[in-house]
Every structure is written in C-alpha cells, then in structure tokens.
Design a protein around this ligand. Structure first.
Ligand code: ATP
Ligand code: MG
Length: 422
C-alpha cells in the first residue's frame, strides 16, 4: 500500500457528519444579514500581496509573519487572503461602488494565516464579515452591534461579552503613541521580546499582548481615552448612547486596540471565557481612512468579522449544536422492478415534499441490509416497495423512530401521511 496522503496541519476538513450544522449556522447568519439589508459579495481568495500589506499594515502579525505569499513567474508577489476587508475595499474601489452611495455588504469564506495551530486557531479558517461603506454616522456602528446581538440571541449563546473602545483620530493616536512609548521605555525590562520590537514599529499593539506576565504593566499604561480628539470622543459617547438605548450590554476596555492597523475610532470584540486563550469570536471597528489609503475616494467605513470555527466551538461548549430535524425517508426497494418504480416514486416525492430528505437505496441488498442502511441514515420513515405493494400499486410506510405500526396505502395517501407527520 502507498503512504496515506494527509492534509496540511491547521487546515481542516468538514466531514459529512458535521456539515448539516455548519450549513444551518451559515443559513441563520446569512438570512439575518440579508434581513438587515446587507448584500453578499465574493472576492478572490488570492490577491496581490500589496493589497494586504497596504491595508493591514506592515508592522502587524499578519503581514510580518502570517501570510502565505509567493512570487508569480512574472515577478509579482501574490498571497492567500488572511482576512476579508482588504479584498473588499479593493473591490469597492475597483468598481467605483462608494460613488453610488452607502454600501452594506457581507462576505464569507476561507482565510489563511501561518499561525501555530491549536484549539480555535488554524491555518485555514472561515470568517463571515459585514462591512458598511460611506457612513460616518455612529448609527452604522450601532447597527453592526445590533445585528450581532440578534445573531447571538438567535443561536442562544450565553457568556459572551461585548468589549468596546475608541482609537480616536490618527492625530490623537500619534500624540498618545509618544506618551505610551515613553511609558514602556521606562519599563523596558518588563517587556517581552515581541513587545520590545513593537516599541519601535507599532507600540499600540503592545496593549494587545496576550502575555499574562505583562497584564499589569498594560493595565497601568496611559489610556488613549485621555488623549482623544473632541470629535472622536463625541462619536464614542454617541455610540454608547445607541447601545444603551438598544439595551445592549458592553464593557469599555481601554486596552482593546485590535491587531490590524487600519482601525480608527470605534473598535469592539465579543469575547468569551468558555474557549480558553482563543476567546474572541467576533471583532471589528471603524476604518475611515482605508479606502482613500488604498487609492479610492475618501469613504468612511466600519465592519466586523466572525471566526466561524470559534463560534462553532463555543456553540458546542454550550450544547447549542442543534440542527432542526427535517423529514427523512428511506426508500426500501425489493427486486429489480421495485428499484425502478421506487425511483419514479422518489421523483414524485421530491416534487411534493421539496424539503424532505430522501434516501434512494443503492445497495440493492436484501430487506435486512436496506433497513440497516435506513437506521444508519437515521431516517424517520422507510417507504417499502416489495412485490405485493408493486402488484397492488401501493406502498408501505414503516415509522423508524417508534411512531406507530407499518401501514400500506396508495402513494397519494402516503404523501398526505408524510405531510401530516411531525
Ligand atoms: P487573535 O487575536 O485571536 O489572533 P485576530 O485579532 O488576529 O485574533 P481578526 O483578524 O480580528 O483576529 O479576525 C477576526 C476573527 O477571526 C477573530 O476574532 C477570530 O474569531 C477569527 N480568527 C482569527 N484568526 C484565526 C485563526 N487563525 N483561526 C481561527 N479563527 C481565527
Ligand atoms: Mg491573530
């Protein structure tokens, strides 16, 4: 035997047994987003590396060490997308969409980051994201939060906390950066290696460190909140007014800075203590300068992304991985004539019971084998077609979940029976 082929570490398969839940989760999410008047977009998985490095920023974990990049034979560097916003902004600009007024969109799909794989952290993972272009008004920020609250409620999630902060304007951040660098410089001995590096390149990111040993150093650091420009401070106050009016609970976390460079003003994360270190399931914020920085007309924007794997892990931890049960029928067919007839019946059933799941028997085994398959498929009913049923132009229905006895009837009656079954 040849050596078994294996997937790449940190890149996972979705197995048939798990996919029903993923599909229903995605449907819940997409339907909700559509109901809030967001439209779906799809952008390529591969873009020019420049798209990501310009958008996300050079001194970020993603661009520094997490991107899968390679050089085309022509010489251009390309990358697998590590996140969805950069491609979305590139698309907006390329198609002149911001000129047409406010754009509200959502995307979904695989993202790639070269990280150390562990629970809740993978090299290929999936995000669903929302973006709003063209609105400076804090109402857009609040609407994003409102959509997510609706989603967490629809899923029944508990123990998740909304953390918010504001990063102010780039001028305010520049002033604050100086103060922060001075603070850390005086306490250099308490910084870890990564933070020492960040001190020169991206000092705000030190606040985002997950190093437990540095937490008191971080919580005692000067607060950006105290260096805010007037407009950003107002924007943040209005944001909180909206959340209060909507009865949405939050905590202000002044060290929340987010890992990407493009944010300004509002930033937020939903975190949980149920998932260990990988506790952020959804994160986002405002990025008013990005469209212009990427070559578009000045366009304010705000967005968020959910990490689907983490959301699923959380739903699993909270015992919320339920899939609504759909009527399912296994068509047991005994003998060649019955095999053909059962396909005709299946076709009729698909027309009349469009949401039902039908299992055509393709084992062509004996009755015992076919019933075994039906049990394995967890079908609610077996629809049996034997010689006798064929001769009388009837079918037999056998409930497989212990709801009553086997009955023989016309196909029309059978359809009625299935429609009434719950
Ligand atoms: P973290 O701080 O956990 O590395 P991040 O700030 O890098 O997260 P974002 O870029 O904001 O994450 O991505 C949004 C969401 O996508 C995260 O909150 C998380 O749920 C999910 N996510 C990010 N990286 C991964 C990964 N490697 N594997 C699985 N999910 C991820
Ligand atoms: Mg990260």
């Amino acid at each position: 035997m040849s050596k078994k082929i294996q997937a790449i570490r940190g890149m996972n398969d979705l197995l048939p047994k798990d996919s029903a839940f993923w599909l229903s989760l995605e449907k819940t999410i997409f339907d909700l987003f559509i109901s809030y008047s967001y439209q779906n977009i799809r952008t390529p998985i591969v873009e020019k590396t420049d798209t990501f490095s310009r958008a996300i920023g050079g001194a970020t974990d993603i661009v520094e060490k997490e991107m899968y990049s390679w050089r085309e034979s022509g010489g251009e560097s390309l990358s697998l997308r590590p996140e969805g916003t950069a491609g979305c902004v590139r698309m907006m600009i390329e198609h002149n969409l911001p000129r047409e007024g406010i754009q509200k969109v959502f995307y979904q799909g695989a993202m790639f980051r070269h990280e150390r794989p562990q629970k809740g952290r993978y090299r290929q993972f999936h995000q669903v994201g929302l973006e709003v272009f063209g609105a400076t008004n804090v109402k857009a920020d609040a609407e994003l939060i409102m959509v997510m609250r609706a989603l967490w409620q629809a899923l029944g999630l508990k123990n998740i906390v909304l953390e918010i902060n504001t990063l102010g304007s780039s001028e305010a951040r520049a002033a604050y950066k100086k103060v922060l660098v001075a603070y850390f410089n005086q306490r250099k001995d308490r910084l870890d290696e990564g933070s020492l590096r960040r001190l020169n390149t991206n000092p705000l990111r030190i606040l985002d460190s997950k190093n437990k040993a540095m937490q008191s150093l971080i919580s005692n650091a000067p607060k950006l909140m105290d260096y805010l420009d007037k407009e950003s401070a107002q924007h943040f106050e209005q944001f909180k007014t909206y959340l209060d009016a909507l009865d949405i609970a939050y905590v202000v976390n002044t060290s929340l800075v987010r890992g990407l460079d493009y944010y300004n003003r509002t930033v937020f994360e939903w975190t949980t203590t149920d998932l260990g270190a990988q506790g952020t399931i959804c994160a986002g914020g405002r990025y008013d300068g990005l469209v212009e920085k990427m070559g578009g007309i000045p366009t304010p924007a705000v967005g968020l992304a959910i990490g689907l794997e983490r959301l699923v892990l959380l739903l699993e931890a909270q015992n919320l991985m339920t899939v609504e049960s759909t009527l399912s029928i296994y068509l047991v067919a005994l003998g060649e004539k019955a095999q053909i007839k059962s396909m005709q019946i299946a076709s009729t059933l698909h027309d009349t019971l469009p949401n039902a799941i039908l299992y055509n028997d393709i084992t062509l085994g004996n009755s015992k084998n076919q019933f075994k398959r039906a049990d394995k498929a967890k079908a609610h009913f077996a629809l049996i077609l034997g010689e006798e049923e064929l001769n009388n132009n009837q079918v037999s229905i056998k409930p497989l979940k212990g709801q009553g006895a086997q009955q023989t009837m016309d196909l029309e009656e059978a359809i009625k029976y299935f429609k009434e079954s719950k």
